[in-house]
Design a protein around this ligand. Structure first.
Ligand code: LAN
Length: 728
């Protein structure tokens, strides 16, 4: 089932690797479901022409013309939009690579392998190219994310992925990777998730994996550690993991996995005492060491609970209930799943429970394609099944804020964007919402599409805001009824925590002490849903805008919610005036959302201490060349850290923050505008710079469309505020 070389049309790339014919790939966007297709037949290749977006995303020349050079910020914004408009997809949304994490592909490939899913050979070729392209040339390893240092986790799992995809163990790059892995002490020095996947593949023993008991799912709801209280992603990963751990499922040994077993360790496989290495972890991987409490619990689970207590009927009840929850998650998302870690694990669980030919396994097979993305370096797995709603909302807002929404040139494009947002607003709660611990979702917007269908507070806020801007402020057809706008508000109001802050997916359900049980080692702050300045401020801004048009709807509740939220925002502002950002890098990102939300309730530089301090913080970080540039290291260290160079995206964020806060002096902004304009290419585009996003404090993730929507918004807003003077 595992053919790893494509049928025809192959060439050899600069590294000597097989490469598919990029003129045969197409991105299909079927109402927000994005999949890549390789057209083997010449006839089909002719019938379905490659679009500009296809070519752009694959790094092929777009052949878009040079534009009249922009002299003023508004012209620059329009040139940027002229380029970016060409990337809108037929359903109305924008798409892009959503890579960064380096632990997604291995899980996916191991899943395909152990479920006997044929990998499309052209995928195998391109994934191999991607993994080699992302191997660190100095030491031959891979890290947690594309910019991170090599780790045992990244190196062991990506090495295995490459081997499964047909890379030879004698390839010099593989020899180098293996040498590094051995320097780390071998695959037994990887973190929990790495050990889990290797055990599923059958190249490690389950004894090496710290316990993941499904019994936890049987705890009563009031129990302070009951899994329904955990952060949604950890809970949804823990779920199939616990099922498979309990089943001790491993792929039966075959000739390839027999070989891999001999490659991953510093000594022969049969001589390794795996049980003694449950807690072995390389320093490179140990971002968040386990607490002594967790060590004690694990010891008890391994030495007492599992061998002497865990009785058969309890195991069965726990597995049955875990399975029921897996099934509900699959059915509620049409097998697309919450994310790219839990979804492949669910597929393995379906394979174990339902068997190879079952509907669940077949549907998962189709759905996993929704996570794949093709770029110039090859094929990768995205962090979600796309960025559809999020990016479409931001480009819509950019055009509005830039003052271009009434221009007939952009109206058809914005109408399509609105149609897309309309189509993906969630209309109903999931069936049996309480039983599967889901948050209310009627009225919400998700991050990607309605198939995934998870409520996200700030996605709801941005969706609502975009709809209001187009429908109420600019006279676009009222595709989304007033009732549905109110549903979105209702949904947001349900998401506020007692602290006043907002989490991303759900209200906070557990105590911060749950962090003591964080077993992942590579991520911090993952056990419960926390308050986030970005989610809170986005909600405030959207509610403010809503009340402008519907001043009578739930007036008191909205006012009270906003007041509590603003108190939270001020409380978490640091002494230096900054906010720590959790989803974008980092203090610059949070400053934009915070200052904008303060402005939405009338607090600006002139009248608010908080706003003024936020502005002063940003101004103190402006760089020599007029731009802003912050390194991802800020996220890890929680201390503002400059990037070596200024960045287009962060420059735009800082300017938007200052302009929304009505910072009165124009000079710093003018210098920044010049910088944005000087980085623009003759065809209107901006080039990719450093990575923009983050999650779990340690893992970076790309938002390539940000280099369009934020500069366009900043340039446009500048010219709206200060007039369209010539700067270049
Ligand atoms: C995302 C992507 C979008 C992001 C924003 C909407 C930007 C943010 O404001 C709120 C949080 C959210 C929804 C978010 C949460 C965590 C995600 C889903 C991700 C960063 C994309 C990938 C990440 C997910 C957890 C990756 C899988 C890794 C695990 C540890 C399970």
């Amino acid at each position: 089932h595992w053919k790893t070389s494509a049928n025809g049309h192959l060439t050899i790339d600069a590294n000597g690797d097989e490469k598919t014919d990029y003129s045969r790939w197409r991105l299909l966007d079927d109402r927000g479901r994005q999949t890549w297709h390789y057209l083997e037949s010449d006839e089909e290749n002719e019938r379905w022409p490659q679009s500009i977006a296809d070519r752009y995303h694959m790094g092929l020349p777009t052949e878009l013309p040079d534009l009249l050079p922009a002299k003023s910020p508004l012209q620059a914004a329009e040139n940027g939009l002229a380029f970016f408009s060409k990337l809108q997809l037929p359903p109305g949304n924008w798409a892009c690579e959503y890579g960064g994490p380096m632990f997604l592909l291995p899980g996916l490939i191991i899943t395909w392998y152990v479920t006997k899913t044929p990998i499309p050979p052209e995928y195998a070729v391109e994934i191999r190219r991607y993994l080699f392209a992302r191997q660190h040339p100095e030491d031959g390893g891979w890290g947690l994310h594309i910019e991170a240092h090599s780790s045992a986790f990244g190196t062991a799992t990506n090495y295995v992925a490459l081997r499964l995809l047909g890379a030879s163990e004698e390839d010099p790059r593989m020899i180098k990777a293996r040498a590094l892995l051995h320097k780390f002490g071998g695959a037994i020095y990887g973190p929990h998730w790495g050990k889990f996947w290797l055990s599923v593949l059958g190249v490690m023993e389950w004894d090496c994996v710290n316990p993941v008991p499904p019994e936890l799912w049987l705890l009563p709801d009031w129990a302070p550690i009951a899994p329904w209280r955990w952060w949604i992603h950890i809970r949804q990963v823990f779920l199939p993991m616990s099922y498979l751990w309990s089943k001790r499922f491993s792929h039966p040994l075959d000739s390839l996995t027999t070989q891999i077993r001999q490659e991953l360790y510093t000594q022969p496989y049969d001589t390794i005492d795996f049980a003694a290495h449950r807690n072995s972890i390389s320093d490179t991987d140990n971002y968040y060491p386990k607490t002594w409490i967790l060590h004690a619990i694990n010891w008890m689970l391994v030495n007492i609970w599992a061998p002497y207590v865990r009785w058969r009927s309890l195991i069965k009840r726990a597995e049955d209930w875990a399975w029921e929850l897996i099934r509900m998650e699959d059915e509620n998302t049409d097998y697309a799943g919450l994310g790219p870690v839990s979804n492949p694990m669910n597929m393995v669980a379906c394979y174990v429970h339902d068997g190879e030919g079952s509907y669940s396994v077949r549907r998962h097979r189709e759905r996993l394609h929704d996570y794949m993305w093709l770029k110039d370096e090859g094929m990768l797995a995205n962090g979600t099944n796309g960025v559809q709603v999020w990016d479409t909302a931001f480009i819509t807002q950019a055009i509005v804020v830039a003052g271009l929404a009434d221009d007939p040139r952009w109206r058809p494009m914005l109408t399509k964007a609105l149609e897309f947002l309309e189509d993906h607003q969630l209309r109903e709660n999931v069936p049996d919402q309480e039983k599967c611990y889901r948050q209310h979702r009627k009225g919400a917007w998700p991050f990607s599409n309605n198939t995934q269908g998870y409520t996200v507070s700030d996605c709801t806020a941005e969706g609502l805001r975009s709809a209001l801007q187009l429908q109420e402020m600019h006279g676009y057809h009222k595709l989304i009824s007033v009732e549905r706008l109110k549903d979105a508000v209702d949904c947001l109001l349900l998401m506020q925590n007692p602290s006043g802050g907002f989490t991303e997916y759900e209200t906070t359900r557990g105590s911060t002490k749950l962090e003591w049980l964080n077993a992942a080692e590579v991520f911090g702050g993952i056990m419960i849903g926390y308050d986030y300045p970005e989610c809170t401020t986005a909600s405030v801004t959207a509610l403010s805008l809503f009340s402008r048009f519907y001043p009578d709807y739930r007036v008191d509740e909205i006012r009270a919610a906003k007041e509590r939220a603003v108190r939270y925002i001020k409380r978490v502002q640091r002494r230096d005036g900054s906010w720590y950002g959790s989803w974008g890098i980092c203090f610059t990102y949070a400053a934009m959302f915070s200052l904008e939300s303060l402005a939405s309730i009338g607090e600006t530089y002139a009248n608010s201490k908080s706003s003024r301090r936020g502005c002063e913080f940003l101004l103190s970080k402006q760089m020599e060349d007029g731009g802003w540039g912050e390194s991802y290291l800020s996220c890890e260290s929680h201390v503002y850290t400059h990037h070596k160079q200024s960045q287009v995206v962060q420059t735009a964020w800082a300017c938007l923050a200052l302009m929304e806060a009505e910072y009165p002096h124009r000079e710093p902004l003018r210098r920044a505008m010049k910088l944005l304009m000087s980085r623009q290419q003759p065809n209107g585009e901006w080039l990719q710079e450093a990575i923009e996003g983050v999650f779990n404090q340690s893992c970076m993730i790309s938002y390539p469309n940000y280099k369009f929507c934020w500069p366009i918004r900043a340039l446009g807003l500048y010219s709206k505020k200060f007039g369209n003077e010539e700067l270049l």
